[in-house]
Ligand binder design. Structure first.
Ligand SMILES: CSCCC(=O)/C(O)=C/O
Ligand SMILES: [Fe+2]
Length: 179
């Protein structure tokens, strides 16, 4: 099955729940592309030797990679980190994540301030553009393992909303015009 994405409801209920609208309002990959969000489906069982992943890394210049296991028993400061991942924020660089195991959600804001939820499963690689407002949460399974990729040395700093006056946000918003 392809990547599942949908517009979220506005309920304050547990962030790990799907938060689908009734009726469900799916979002297409094309709509994601217009926001600068790109997706690949890979075979995570062979990530250590996968030529497809190698090609993406070479073509995109993703020289850095590490692996993060997000579970209460494996991630130091688990609660604190999950809380900060779910704060609406942006980065100065693209956020590139490849799910090796488990599953999780990325939420991104569209041009009309709606939240789009992206259900990431094993084998999904996604890139979120620098300057997009987004957040991350585990789902009700409470576990994922992800590869983090980066062009050059990683910069993890997150700028919580509001960051509307930052150059990267202005550049991102400008890039959406005409879409
Ligand atoms: C799946 S890696 C943890 C989430 C993260 O690094 C981030 O910046 C979320 O937006
Ligand atoms: Fe982020």
């Amino acid at each position: 099955m392809g990547l599942e994405t949908w517009f979220m409801d506005s309920s304050e209920e547990d962030q790990r729940k799907p938060h689908k609208l009734t009726p469900d309002q799916p979002v297409s990959l094309e709509e994601l592309r217009q926001l600068g969000v790109f997706h690949w489906k890979l075979n995570a069982d062979i990530y250590e030797t996968d030529p497809e992943l190698e090609k993406i890394r070479k073509d995109q210049g993703y020289s850095y990679m590490d692996i993060i296991s997000i579970h209460k028993d494996t991630l130091p400061n688990y609660e604190e980190k999950l809380k900060s991942f779910f704060e609406e924020h942006l980065h100065l660089d693209d956020e590139i994540r490849y799910i090796l195991d488990g599953q999780a959600y990325f939420d991104v804001r569209d041009q009309e301030e709606r939240w789009i939820r992206i259900a990431m499963k094993k084998g999904d690689l996604i890139t979120l553009p620098a300057g997009i407002y987004h957040r991350f949460t585990l789902d009700e399974t409470n576990y994922t393992k992800a590869m983090r990729l980066f062009v050059g040395e990683p910069v993890w700093k997150a700028y919580n909303r509001p960051a509307d006056d930052s150059d990267i946000r202005k550049k991102y918003v400008t890039s959406l015009q005409g879409c």
